[in-house]
Design a protein around this ligand. Structure first.
Ligand SMILES: C[S@@+](CC[C@H](N)C(=O)[O-])C[C@H]1O[C@@H](n2cnc3c(N)ncnc32)[C@H](O)[C@@H]1O
Length: 246
């Protein structure tokens, strides 16, 4: 049985090294965030209203606030330990951000007021949800988007074919080992790296879907123009606009 994604992230000792560990395990996170910022079609001076789902230590929110100096971000996360670390990263940017400490499977009604957001973003958070939970959340997201607003997501996926998935995992393990610092026993060999990644996946209740399933969920939620904008091995950028009535 899987763990609880929120309990797994609400542990101060674990999240202290979260960003360093992410750079070892998911170095493309920075690139994916920049790709999303390039896709966003809004004027840089616009007073955008943005929601970051599973904002964690604030990496994505901070970049949005840097790029769009008049934007305001509602950052949603259920783990206070992650949010505590975000304060250091955000500094004065925090003046344009408000935290909602909540489980995004049960978003407070005042956080998802209809037609209120220009942009809803997420990075590495929605794979903690089952397909049903993701669809339910994204339906709420679509309602909360203004016409012409965008949802964009950076996340992990699995391959359609089991043998391809196994090869991707081999590449992932090799990549993690090559980036880990020499003294990091977790990633000292193939077996220990595999064991650490598997244990993390169980503890965090990871439930990544295929890219095709994720795309279908986004389209079914009410964004029929959604696309896979970028994909490298098992990491993808997906999303699309809430179409303006023509
Ligand atoms: C891998 S971290 C990603 C954080 C950040 N977006 C990033 O790119 O570094 C996943 C985040 O999602 C949050 N999370 C997981 N399940 C959640 C849920 N059901 N409701 C709210 N937050 C959740 C965790 O607390 C954690 O901060």
């Amino acid at each position: 049985m899987g763990g609880d994604s929120l309990k797994a992230y609400d542990v101060p000792e674990r999240v202290r090294t979260y960003d360093i560990d992410m750079d070892v395990m998911h170095p493309l996170r920075h690139k994916m965030i920049e790709i999303i910022l390039d896709i966003v079609p809004f004027n840089q001076e616009a007073a955008l209203k943005v929601m970051d789902l599973g904002a964690g230590t604030g990496i994505f929110s901070a970049r949005v606030l840097e790029k769009f100096p008049n934007a305001r971000v509602t950052a949603v996360d259920g783990a206070e330990a992650m949010v505590d670390i975000a304060a250091d990263r955000l500094g004065p940017l925090a003046n344009r951000l408000n935290w909602v400490i909540a489980d995004f499977r049960r978003l407070p009604a005042e956080t998802v007021i209809a037609d209120s957001y220009d942009l809803v973003i997420s990075s590495y958070a929605l794979h903690h949800l089952s397909t049903g939970e993701k669809l339910a959340l994204l339906k709420q997201v679509v309602c909360a988007l203004k016409m012409g607003g965008w949802f964009l997501n950076a996340d992990i996926v699995v391959a359609e074919d089991e043998s391809i998935e196994q090869r991707m995992q081999q590449l992932r393990v090799a990549g993690v080992m090559s980036r880990a610092s020499a003294g990091d026993q977790r990633f000292a060999g193939v077996e220990s790296t595999r064991a650490y990644l598997s244990q993390l996946q169980i503890a965090e209740n990871d439930q990544p879907q295929t890219a095709a399933t994720d795309l279908k969920i986004i389209r079914d939620a009410g964004l029929p123009a959604a696309e896979i904008f970028w994909k490298e091995l098992n990491e993808v950028v997906t999303g699309g606009p809430r179409l303006v009535d023509r």
